[in-house]
Design a protein around this ligand. Sequence first.
Ligand code: SF4
Length: 500
Amino acid sequence: MSVPNSPSSTKILSKSAFVAALQCPKLLWRLYHTAKDFPEPSQITQARFDEGREIGRLAQALFGHGIEVAPPSNAVNLVQETTREFLKFRRPLFEAGFLHEGTFARVDILQPVGSTSWDLFEVKGVTNLDDSHMVELGFEARVLAGAGARLRRCWLVHLNKHYVRRGSIDPHRFFVKVDCTEQISALAQEIDQRTEDAQGTIQQHVCPEVKIGFHCDSPCPCALREECWSYLPEHNVTELYRGKNKAFRLLQTGVQRISDIPDAESMTVNQEIQRRTIRTSETYVEPKAIRSFLQRLVFPLAFIDFETFSTGVPRFDGLKPYQRVPFQFSIHTLANFSASAEHRHFLAEGAVDPRREFMEKLRDAIPANGSVVAYNAIFEMGVLDECAEALPQFEHWVRSLAPRFIDLLQPFRKFSYYHAAQCGSASMKAVLPAIAGRGYEDLAIRDGETASAEFLRVTFGQAMAEERQRVRSSLLSYCGLDTLGMIRIVEGLRKAVGEN
Ligand code: SF4
């Protein structure tokens, strides 16, 4: 995120900086004073930016032939002058920019109303609006009104969650316009106050001290999270299972390590298990629960994992905004615990709807009987249900598969097995290295979100053949380890109860 340059020494508060201020004054100050220390945006963040731009462009089509104010936001004066020129034409303006008493906002769309007024539209690539969108719109309206624009009404434009793509995107059905004029006028005083506070913060010479807390992840993970949280020792209280409130309270009292939590502190059963495993360095195992889980497994075992993408702008016919599209699966099958695992996989090729081929190949790969094991199986089951809805020829098969699913997450979510190295998490990324001694550390792609962003980039973007091949190979390694990892986890559980 860049901040606008000012010709004077006064720092200008942009809309994105105002949004940062809503999350944390320290984040805001650092944006203006130590911007170079910010980490580069991840592939995931970059993909979100790109999609936001695509959605913005589609929304412009709602307003006919408008004029784009092209200069970049860090050239405040140029943006302002260009906007002033274009306002005279009384045509829809895209990305118009206004400056008022040290505050600066660029507006997605301004539509002329009558001979002197304007309607303001802010486009959001979400299917549901929340209060933060309203406050952002309020900031824009404040800047525009202060700069002398006569605003009639202020609108938020968001994606229609019921829209189903058929052919090219129809912007009039794809977007929903919500008149927020009354709500933002009710917020005016609060926005004035927040703006003044933020302006005060960026003019300060010293970074405000802010303790870590819930705000570090809300409304989104802060770019400085790693840095601000780095003082915490290994096995610190923020790893307490479902215990963030308790953790931040304990930090206030100087308790950082789980092992140092006083015995008098009220803890849940799972939190007690965490403290005990750290203090004793012993893994916690409930043999009865684990044996009963293992007894439910019926051979041949099919360990499956899917990768999906979901985009605000549906890529194919029949999709809604953000509907999941499976593009990859890995399946390891095991005839018995002494046999070698057989591996099959699918990774979609080309910018076409992969769902039919995905389902056909998966149906071929899953044995006709035996357990289907997934980690957090609700995800795989949900994806299959959605595919069956779109492709009814698979409905019967998907329904027959449902009772065969076994969720490998369950023993860990229930704390039937817990190793201190899981750091309070039951996710596979935490469990695999804890139980098997090795995880995803050697892989180029290590999580599902990155897998999805990378697949989209090399499949629908401009990647060269070599780059595409490199990413596809990383995707195969990543998804393959997810299913091989499940076998290792089952082996770990068997070992923990003396079954191998
Ligand atoms: S990590 Fe938390 S405390 Fe640090 S700047 Fe971000 S929101 Fe503020």
